[in-house]
Design a protein around this ligand. Structure first.
Ligand code: NAD
Length: 170
């Protein structure tokens, strides 16, 4: 059985890693979609698809399960989005998501859709991690060590702070 999990992973955090590992133990192969692959360099979506792929592959290196990472750009056509995803990915039997729109679109196409358990949603959240980076607060304990390494390599913390400045401050 092959499972599909899509996220923006902006950035990959410990909640994401926990569900990826749980799902991987339920399926034979896991397809990880990098959603909004065209987006980067905004305070909401600071990291490129390539940077997010690095975060995932480096983090999952120490775990032994088969997975694919597929970048998926957004399209302004929700009604055909599932067909679009199917055209880009290996076939899959079950979808895992906590995102209501993703759930709705796959349920309407008769997929089995499972909702992963949420872990420490208050802190394990992409928006919380990004907010802490902008405010100079501690964020590194909320993400895998490999993600810290990638963000350091690309100077991502300073990127998101620069992106947050108004034009008067630049
Ligand atoms: P996300 O990175 O916020 O979350 C990924 C998954 O992790 C979700 O299932 C979420 O429920 C889960 N998660 C988050 N925090 C967690 C925690 N603390 N514990 C456990 N699980 C946690 O990404 P997302 O918003 O779900 O990504 C959906 C993607 O699909 C987006 O890129 C969106 O644009 C894309 N999409 C595109 C279209 C279109 O192009 N028309 C339509 C639907 C969805």
């Amino acid at each position: 059985m092959r499972g599909f999990l899509i996220g923006r992973w902006q950035p990959l955090h410990n909640g994401h890693l926990t569900i990826i590992r749980e799902i991987a133990s339920e399926v034979d192969e896991l397809i990880i979609g990098i959603g909004s692959a065209q987006r980067s360099h905004t305070t909401k979506d600071p990291f490129t698809a390539g940077e997010r792929i690095m975060m995932i592959i480096k983090t999952l290196k120490k775990y032994d399960f088969p997975y694919y990472v597929i970048p998926i750009k957004d399209i302004e056509f929700n009604a055909v989005w599932v067909s679009y995803v199917e055209a880009l990915t290996p076939p899959f039997d079950v979808v895992y998501t906590g995102n209501p729109l993703v759930r709705e679109l796959f349920v309407e196409r008769d997929y089995i859709v499972k909702k992963p358990k949420l872990y420490n949603r208050k802190e394990y959240s992409g928006s919380e991690v990004r907010k802490r980076m902008i405010n100079g607060e501690e964020w590194k304990h909320l993400v895998p060590k490999e993600v810290v390494d990638v963000i350091c390599e690309i100077d991502g913390e300073n990127r998101i702070r620069r992106l947050n400045k108004s034009d008067c401050e630049v």
